[in-house]
Design a protein around this ligand. Structure first.
Ligand code: HEM
Length: 457
């Protein structure tokens, strides 16, 4: 038997001992990597200190990056809903994105528990949100006195029915201007990019209520500059930033997110700071720029203990512009798109307006209670296309907390998949079940006798 042939059957002890060390180390490493990778919920969950106690089902995802790829697309809510069903984890599913631990719920009761729990009172602050000043604004300020104060001020002075009614005239002017613009563009071009008109209209709506002034968005003007700031902010907040999930990469700022955010934040400081100064200068004996107090006036009027510093005021005002612009514009766009796709619903809405308002005057706020069908269209659009269906509802566990029997460790980001909840097949909300004549539970609860054709997803 040749020595080579013999080697196939008889191990050479000397060589085997050398190979075995490498093989053993390799196998151990592989086991560790695969053990981490295959752990329910993936790497970040495998690294959780007392992981033996957690038994939240969930996909391991890719090695190291976990479900990062899911968030690079615009359909993360749909993918997570599918995964939750596949993993039998509709109530609560664990997953990782890099070193960040997540749970997501697609179940209304569990979601309610998360959103009402004081253990989830904080929101996770991404680097971009922090750099763009939002950690001092209501949406991202840590739970505590400052945050409660901001909520109280906003509830009383910005979102109260009285305040909303005070701005009706401005809203009507903006709407009439948008209608004129759409009509003009149709006559001129035979088509119109509604998205743009709605975006500018919605931005002006927020600017009126918050800053007491509206803008033209012609190139080179102040409105054009403002829109550029807002657009860049949305872009930065929407960028998937590796530093949020791989802390070491944070040192390098490879995508340049931090640099761009800081540049933008300093421009915002100048822009909003100037508006605050203008308000200060124009206020005579408490009178505001336009006679109606805007939100800047309200913040300037706050008494000692509630008083905000200028930099906090800038953060709060900037957040309102952000949160109030695309939410409204995108909802309006969906409503219009759905009406185009469902002319029968559009003509029913038109009949209701004709009957209740007539065509000699524009619709006003006081007509709304008499327009249940129009209201239902708005609610159904919110159901089928919930704005911010996933990320808007993110919370951060500040303590170890139980959700049912499951322990969620502090530091976990909890999300509610609002899209999955409003498309729950068990609740009769799936695409297949819908048809004209079906009244969805959300629509039904608001207008019990209404039979509206629900929009298919
Ligand atoms: C169609 C219109 C809108 C929709 C669908 C919408 C949706 C949302 C959602 C889903 C949240 C997160 C709720 C949560 O996590 O508990 C939120 C928070 C917030 N929104 Fe809106 N929003 C709209 C309009 C506006 C407007 C016009 C403003 C201001 C002018 C605004 C200001 C805020 C603020 C400040 C927060 C943070 C509240 C807090 O942390 O307590 N939103 N919004």
């Amino acid at each position: 038997m040749s020595s080579e042939y013999q080697l196939l059957f008889v191990p050479d002890i000397g060589r085997w001992s050398v190979v075995s060390v490498e093989v053993v180390v390799g196998v151990v490493l592989l086991c560790v990597v695969f053990g981490f990778w295959l752990a329910p919920g993936g790497l970040a969950w495998a690294l959780a200190k007392c992981r033996g106690r957690f038994a939240i089902p969930g996909p391991p995802g890719l090695p190291v990056t976990g479900l990062l790829h899911v968030f690079s697309g615009s359909e993360a809510h749909r993918v997570l809903a599918k995964l939750a069903r596949r993993w039998d984890a509709v109530g609560l599913m664990a997953f990782s994105v890099g070193l960040t631990r997540f749970v997501v719920s697609s179940d209304p009761e569990t979601a309610k528990g998360i959103l009402s729990s004081s253990a989830f009172a904080d929101r996770p602050v991404k680097e971009s949100a922090y750099e763009l000043l939002f950690h001092r604004a209501m949406g991202f300020a840590p739970y505590g006195e400052y945050w409660r104060n901001l909520r109280r001020i906003s509830a009383t002075h910005l979102f109260s029915p009285k305040r909303i009614a005070a701005f009706e005239g401005f809203r009507r002017d903006i709407c009439l201007k948008m209608v004129d613009e759409i009509r003009g563009l149709m006559v001129e071009n035979g088509e119109v990019e509604v998205k743009k008109v709605l975006h500018f209209g919605s931005l002006n709506n927020v600017m009126m209520t918050v800053f007491g002034r509206s803008y033209d968005f012609d190139e080179g003007g102040v409105g054009f500059e403002l829109e550029k700031l807002v657009r860049e902010g949305y872009e930065l907040l929407g960028t998937f930033n590796w530093s949020d999930h791989f802390p070491l990469l944070g040192l390098l700022d490879l995508q340049g997110v931090r640099k761009r955010c800081r540049r933008l934040a300093s421009k915002v400081n100048v822009f909003v700071g100037k508006i605050i100064e203008e308000h200060r200068a124009k206020r005579v004996g408490g009178l505001s720029v336009n006679g109606v107090e805007d939100f800047v006036d309200v913040l300037l009027d706050l008494e000692k203990e509630d008083k905000l510093t200028d930099s906090d005021m800038i953060a709060v005002l900037w957040e309102m512009i952000f949160r109030g612009t695309d939410t409204v514009a995108i909802l309006l766009e969906w409503i219009l798109a759905r009406m185009v796709l469902h002319p029968e619903i559009q003509s029913k809405a038109q009949s209701e307006i004709d009957a209740m308002v007539g065509n000699s005057r524009p619709v006003s706020d006081s007509d709304i209670p008499n327009l249940p069908y129009v209201q239902s269209i708005v609610k159904e659009s919110l159901r089928v296309h919930p704005p911010g269906p996933l990320l808007s509802w993110a919370r951060l566990a500040t303590d170890d907390v139980h959700i049912g029997d499951t322990l969620v460790p502090a530091g976990t980001t909890a999300m509610v998949n609002m899209w999955a909840i409003t498309h729950d097949e068990k609740e009769g909300l799936s695409r297949e079940i819908h048809g004209v004549g079906h009244s969805s539970p959300l629509v039904g609860s608001a207008a019990p006798k209404l039979q509206m054709g629900s929009f298919p997803s």
